[in-house]
Design a protein around this ligand. Structure first.
Ligand SMILES: *[C@@H]1O[C@H](CO)[C@@H](O)[C@H](O)[C@H]1NC(C)=O
Ligand SMILES: *[C@@H]1O[C@H](CO)[C@@H](O)[C@H](O)[C@H]1NC(C)=O
Ligand SMILES: *[C@@H]1O[C@H](CO)[C@@H](O)[C@H](O)[C@H]1NC(C)=O
Ligand SMILES: *[C@@H]1O[C@H](CO)[C@@H](O)[C@H](O)[C@H]1NC(C)=O
Ligand SMILES: *[C@@H]1O[C@H](CO)[C@@H](O)[C@H](O)[C@H]1NC(C)=O
Ligand SMILES: *[C@@H]1O[C@H](CO)[C@@H](O)[C@H](O)[C@H]1NC(C)=O
Ligand SMILES: *[C@@H]1O[C@H](CO)[C@@H](O)[C@H](O)[C@H]1NC(C)=O
Length: 422
């Protein structure tokens, strides 16, 4: 306390100019504000003031001179039409502009014709306009292309970045240039796709850019063929005869890939993400391959499955209903587990499939009686055979022969017992 008082007194006695201070009011003016460069620490009686734009007095940069006794103000070459000197020596700037920023020097003249200098600095802050996020390309390929964004704004300002509306994540912040205006990363990742904004900020304003949407293309990855809506994958798919099947080609890809299907090495005219097998037969057995091709990354991936007809799972059986029929009753020889892809069946009376023993057959939906038909037998589409009004000579062996669309034949016998009517 004592020391600072001593120093101050010494300065006053010496008449040195060091104690003249110049400070802007307001301290951080925005463009358009009226600013006063206030002067403090003047000593003695001042006759005239001269204000200069610059760190040193120079006639070429004279803003204005002011004679205290008359109030006469003489503008100099650096006068912009907005400055005026006040009787207390302060310089007033009406609607100051950023261009008014810089160093200012005040020179005073006293009665002893001694001059003193005072120095100050003015910073007029711009009301910042929204910056623009600039990118060479907004469509990038993952790992191949570099992410490069710039926050374009000519004014001095602090820059902050936003990613999908939130402050930029740390991993992305690592790619910022020292001045914060450029964001760059080698080998962009899909997580870095999104909306980018930058914000410029100074003591009087802040302004945020419109979002710039960045797309990152990738894939296809994990190309797989899925069966119907299930997520089950496998190398072989077994399909029942005459049932339908849809094979889906799935992959992770941006954008959606183009699909190429082939069947046993031959291209299928399809172009969709799925192929339909509406009715399974042997002709549809084989290898189905899907190639997924990303038009942007120019990468492709493929997957294959083998489609097979499923083997008959249930063995065929013949059961008489009722089990022990009596003379005069009807009996049905019911067949379970007959082939689904049945082309034709034939019933024979006796143990062997001989033409003269043919009872009935059912080719392509039409029932036909054979040589051994007694007039009391009826065949059904489900392979069953009904024998009506049984008599004792009906007892014995019956043979069923089936032929599938694949040409597979199967023969099965059944022993029919007929009980004597009491
Ligand atoms: C600046 O001063 C002028 C008068 O000198 C006045 O008309 C104007 O409204 C003032 N502007 C502001 C922003 O205070
Ligand atoms: C745009 O590309 C040019 C030349 O490749 C490069 O110098 C510049 O930094 C890029 N700018 C942005 C914003 O990516
Ligand atoms: C960016 O993406 C958002 C959300 O998808 C959308 O609303 C906006 O219109 C897009 N902007 C541009 C410039 O494409
Ligand atoms: C195949 O299935 C359809 C309907 O599911 C049926 O109408 C048709 O008769 C079946 N064909 C064969 C040979 O089983
Ligand atoms: C395949 O079948 C599905 C549904 O069963 C149908 O929506 C789709 O259009 C079919 N696709 C083709 C190529 O026929
Ligand atoms: C076969 O069809 C006949 C006549 O429609 C029926 O009476 C019989 O129960 C069926 N048998 C089986 C095993 O479905
Ligand atoms: C049993 O049926 C066969 C054929 O219809 C017939 O020839 C025979 O006479 C019948 N036997 C008796 C005992 O009714």
């Amino acid at each position: 306390m004592a020391l600072s008082w001593l120093l101050l007194s010494a300065a006053t006695l010496l008449g040195a100019g060091a104690e003249i201070t110049i400070s802007p009011e307001p301290a951080q003016p925005a463009e358009g504000d009226n600013v006063t460069l206030a002067v403090r620490g003047l000593s003695g009686e001042v006759l005239a003031y001269s204000w200069y734009a610059g760190a040193e007095p120079s006639l070429a940069r004279l803003v204005a001179s002011y004679i205290v006794s008359t109030g006469d103000e003489t503008p100099g070459p650096a006068h912009t039409g907005r400055e005026s000197v006040r009787p207390d020596g302060s310089l007033h700037l009406r609607a100051a502009l950023p261009a008014h920023s810089g160093a200012y020097t005040l020179q005073t003249l006293n009665r002893q014709l001694q001059t003193e200098l005072g120095h100050g600095r003015l910073q007029v802050y711009e009301i910042l306009a929204p910056p623009v996020v600039v990118a060479n390309s907004t469509e990038l390929v993952e790992r191949r292309d570099a992410l490069r964004l710039e926050c374009s704004n000519p004014s001095p300002a602090d820059v902050r970045w936003f990613f999908n509306g939130e402050a930029l994540p740390v991993t992305l912040r690592l790619g910022l240039s020292p001045d914060g205006r450029a964001l760059s990363r080698h080998g962009v990742r899909r997580e870095e796709a999104g909306a980018y904004q930058c914000e410029v900020r100074n003591p009087v304003s802040s302004s945020r850019s419109a979002p710039l949407n960045l797309t990152v293309y990738f894939g296809p990855e994990r190309v797989a063929i899925l069966q119907d809506s299930t997520t089950r994958t496998g190398c072989t798919i077994k399909v029942d005869f005459n049932s339908s099947l849809t094979l889906w080609c799935s992959s992770r890809s941006c954008p959606e890939p183009e699909y190429l299907w082939s069947f046993n090495g031959r291209a299928l005219p399809n172009g969709r993400d799925h192929v339909n097998i509406s009715s399974m037969t042997a002709a549809q057995e084989g290898t189905y391959t899907c190639i997924a091709k990303n038009p942007k990354t120019l990468l492709s991936g493929s997957a294959s499955v083998v489609v097979k007809l499923s083997a008959a799972t249930v063995a065929m059986t013949i059961v008489p209903v009722p089990g022990k029929p009596t003379e005069g009753q009807d009996v049905t020889l019911t067949v379970q587990g007959y082939p689904k892809d049945l082309l034709v069946y034939a019933w024979y009376r006796g143990p062997a499939a001989e033409p003269n023993r043919l009872l009935s057959q059912l080719p392509s939906g039409n029932w036909i009686a054979g040589p051994a038909h007694s007039g009391r037998e009826v065949g059904f589409a489900n392979c069953s055979l009904q024998v009506q009004k049984l008599n004792l000579t009906d007892a014995g062996r019956y043979t069923l022969k089936t032929v599938t669309l694949q040409g597979k034949t199967e023969a099965l016998e059944v022993e029919l017992q007929v009980a004597l009517l009491e």
